[in-house]
Write a protein that binds this ligand. Structure first.
Ligand code: ISL
Length: 550
């Protein structure tokens, strides 16, 4: 494989801070930036390099900050620009970097740009958003949005529809308009000049819309919102006019892309973005399917390795807790959380840790729709029940994938509200916080947190985890539980053996692994010598091992 250009962010582990659920210092029940500052040592002690901070800009908060009404002010419930400046300084002081989540596909409907745009059809900012006349008395086409049955909202005052890919309160910017692009680029440069270390670019595959907005064959398959002609021209121009010249990292959140499309975003010769966040797992694989996961990993490795950088994650603020959705959050929760971590950190790509994943936090099942906050969940529930579906059945069906599963407060200790707030939390705490919390993990040498620290330390000390070529063992490619692969670099060869199953599994060593000496570098079970009969490993339920082959 072509040698990969070495650069700091390829060697990084990223920790995602969903600040509103992280730590509350003023008792209003919502996390804040001061709370992030007070927990920076906790994050640094994991060994991570980069913090991804979810949006903190001024916002009416209908989509938890992803509806921005002022790109250059901090949402008061999060803190002030002074608090933000301290967070950046304190992050840098600890040798870590901070990347900001930025939403430029749409704004809040209360952004001054949109208020101006909707004020009249002749407004100088009318064309900053996407306005269309009605067609046959209804919306211009049959498209759905992510969060609503139609992607169009009627504005009676000016007698036109406006386009929104997400909620009604999130009108899409018109990226074809060079004034919009220049205004966004200027704002991005001002954030870069404040010293941030990069951006996570939200919903970035949606910037371009197709000519003429034709009706969709299948409106419910909303991929037509993404990857339209012109997108990569915008990204190249964005790079030229903002990122170029800064030593930063840019991460593109790109729904509905396969490797061929993904390479267009992050190819090192493309001059667009640095790292891809794709959703072939989290959006398109509802529950664990090892053979499908292996195929996805193979395709993305073949598509990107040596040409562009991918990320590895199984949950975030939009996707339910990985140990619940893709692992075993019951009898084997600790082993399973460690196995998933081992897999994400030894597969090719930059690993992301979503807050609470490092202590094995689990998904929740609230009794009533009233306990749910997520606009996507509430809108979908209302839509389904509105169609006559049974409310109890609808809630049960929507719960597993509700984004709120990952948004319950960070579980710091076993005090009231898990030590997250002295007030009433904005969303209920997972009731298992009494036995599942960071305080307990920090003092337990066998905890998930301790395991993550060892895993990250291994990465810091061994380039093979970052730059090593990946090769899956063909003999186990069709095994539904065993996942066996090597990472190799400059003569160093590691064997990773995972048993993603509730039963023990035997792994017959092959080829060089059978004859070469094996040195266990890290495992999630205490290793008993007798279980390694000559050439056959017996892996216990959810057992993960990393060996150096010498
Ligand atoms: O969560 C998803 C589907 O269940 C993702 O596809 C996600 O909605 C989509 O990729 C865009 O997500 C981003 O933009 C949204 C915001 O609600 C999400 O929190 C953010 O991650 C609109 O800004």
């Amino acid at each position: 494989m072509a040698a990969k250009k070495r650069v700091w962010w390829k060697e990084a582990v990223v920790y995602q801070v969903y600040w509103r659920s992280f730590f509350d210092t003023d008792g209003d029940g919502i996390g804040d930036l001061e709370g992030v500052i007070q927990k920076l040592d906790y994050i640094r002690d994991l060994g991570v390099d980069v913090i991804w901070l979810n949006p903190v800009y001024e916002s009416p908060d209908l989509d938890n900050g992803y509806d921005i009404s002022d790109y250059e002010a901090i949402m008061p419930k999060a803190g002030t620009m002074e608090t933000w400046d301290r967070l950046l300084a304190e992050t840098h002081k600890r040798g870590m970097k901070l990347i900001m989540d930025l939403v430029v596909n749409h704004t809040s409907d209360r952004h001054p740009w949109f208020i101006e745009s909707r004020s009249s059809k002749d407004s100088p900012k009318r064309n900053w958003y996407i306005w269309k006349d009605a067609k046959e008395g209804g919306p211009p086409n049959n498209w759905r949005s992510y969060f609503a049955p139609s992607a169009w909202q009627w504005d009676a005052a000016t007698g036109q529809y406006y386009f929104h890919s997400f909620a009604v309160e999130q009108p899409d910017l018109n990226w074809r308009n060079p004034d919009v692009r220049q205004a966004v680029y200027g704002m991005m440069r001002r954030w870069l000049d404040r010293g941030i270390d990069g951006f996570r670019l939200d919903a970035i595959a949606l910037l371009a819309k197709p000519e003429g907005y034709p009706d969709a064959e299948r409106p419910e398959d909303i991929r037509y919102l993404t990857n339209n002609p012109g997108l990569h021209d915008f990204l190249r121009e964005m790079n030229e006019q903002t990122f170029a010249g800064y030593d930063i990292v840019t991460v593109g959140e790109a729904a509905f892309v396969a490797p061929e499309e993904g390479l267009k975003f992050v190819g090192e010769d493309r001059g667009e973005l640095d790292m891809l966040f794709h959703f072939e797992v989290c959006d398109e694989m509802p529950e664990w399917d090892m053979l499908r996961f292996k195929r996805i990993q193979r395709r993305w490795y073949e598509g990107l390795w040596g040409k562009g950088s991918n990320s590895q994650f199984l949950n975030n603020h939009d996707h339910t807790r990985q140990v619940t959705r893709y692992g075993n959050d019951g009898a084997y929760r600790v082993e399973s959380a460690k196995l998933l971590a081992t897999m994400l950190h030894t597969l090719p790509g930059i690993p992301y840790i979503y807050q609470g994943e490092e202590i094995g936090m689990t998904g929740v099942r609230f009794e009533s729709i009233e306990d749910y906050d997520d606009i996507a969940m509430r809108n979908r529930y209302a839509e389904e029940v509105g169609k006559g579906n049974d409310p109890v059945e609808t809630l049960k069906r929507l719960q597993p994938l509700s984004r709120d599963n990952s948004r319950t407060p960070m579980q710091w200790d076993d005090s009231p509200n898990a030590g997250f707030t002295s007030g009433t939390p904005w969303i209920k705490v997972n009731p298992n916080y009494r036995e599942l919390n960071a305080a307990r993990d920090l003092v337990d040498p066998n905890s998930i947190y301790t395991y993550y620290r060892k895993l990250i330390k291994l990465r810091k000390e061994n380039d093979v985890m970052v730059y090593g070529d990946f090769e899956e063992w063909p003999a186990y490619a069709d095994d539904e539980h065993l996942y066996v692969y090597t990472r190799s670099l400059d003569g160093v060869c590691w064997l990773i053996a995972l048993n993603h199953g509730d039963e023990p599994a035997k792994l017959a060593l092959q080829g060089s692994a059978e004859i070469r000496k094996r040195r266990l570098l890290l495992g999630n079970y205490p290793v008993r010598s007798e279980d390694e009969e000559a050439g056959v490993l017996t892996l216990r339920p959810h057992e993960a091992r990393i060996y150096a082959l010498e």
